[in-house]
Design a protein around this ligand. Structure first.
Ligand code: PXP
Length: 276
């Protein structure tokens, strides 16, 4: 039996198919993930000290709409998420449960008991409305290094929320954190008229590049909205965005499913920006 060698047309079809598959692989492997911060579902519940809406139900709806992670902040004043929420979420979330917390002994104990997939260390001030800036890892290196080690030793992944500042990022690497979340708060403020958003974007992009270069996995978040998401979504080193207030605010009007899908779509296909 004679074996026919593939014709040029077949070669060319195979090669096209291969390059399409490679491109899809590259797109897939670089696709930025969306993690939805559902704190404000609990904020609505706590406004009445009632039992609804349930953050666990919200987490399931976010995942069904395509969210690739769920984030909650267990604050020391328990103003929204409660310990029980985090316990139940740990059993129900099927993607990745990221718990933001202060680098305190109390929070380490809770994390070691609940064992979320990831802990993100954040600064906390009792009377702040929301997290105001990145953790000062340079100033608190000793304590943060100890907490990072305790969490990693307990098989909990760790990230640190930091400003786009090269000294902070170098310190995160030095003390052994595998991941960081870059604070996009200043970029978001600039977008709202508080400065030059392109300059702030460049700082985030530079920080992301520097972090990736030393081997850190890079996430970003804070203050991101349906209007300012596009430019951040084009920074290739960022693997995941944590978005809360804007998605939950939109969900109050159009539903959680719609709100999550809309944000995911903007991250996949960022719109052209003025001046870009
Ligand atoms: N990342 C961190 C570390 C945060 O503390 C918050 C707010 O809880 C977010 C991201 C999400 O910010 P926003 O609610 O503004 O989207």
């Amino acid at each position: 039996m004679r074996c026919e060698s593939p014709s040029d047309t077949q070669y060319s079809a195979l090669s096209t198919q291969h390059s399409v598959l490679s491109t899809l692989f590259v797109i897939y492997s670089y696709a930025m993930r969306l993690a939805v911060n559902i704190d404000h579902i609990a904020t609505i519940r706590e406004a009445r000290k009632a039992d609804e809406p349930d953050p666990v139900a919200a987490a399931v709806l976010c995942e069904l709409a395509g969210a690739q992670g769920i984030t909650v902040h267990l604050r020391s004043d328990r103003r929204h998420m409660q310990d029980r929420d985090v316990e139940v979420l740990r059993r129900v979330v099927s993607t990745n449960l990221n718990v933001e917390m202060a680098a305190s002994a109390e929070m380490v104990r809770i994390a070691q008991t609940i064992k979320p997939h990831r802990v993100t260390l954040v600064p906390e001030r009792r009377d702040e409305v929301t997290t105001e800036g990145g953790l000062d890892v340079v100033l608190h290196a000793g304590n943060i290094e100890k907490v990072v080690k305790q969490l990693l030793d307990s098989q909990i992944d760790v990230s640190i929320f930091v400003d786009p500042d090269l000294e902070q990022i170098r310190m995160c690497h030095k003390i052994g954190s595998p991941k960081i979340e870059i604070n996009t708060g200043k970029y978001a403020d600039a977008w709202n008229g508080g400065g030059n958003w392109q300059t702030e974007l460049e700082k985030v992009a530079l920080a992301a590049r520097a972090a990736k270069k030393v081997g850190l996995i890079v996430f970003a978040g804070h203050g991101l909205t349906y209007r300012n998401i596009d430019a951040i979504a084009t920074v290739p080193e960022i693997e995941e965005l944590n978005i809360g207030h804007s998605i939950i605010a939109r969900a109050a009007l159009v539903g959680l499913d719609h709100a999550v899908r809309e944000m995911s779509e903007l991250m996949r296909r960022p719109r052209r920006l003025p001046g870009k």
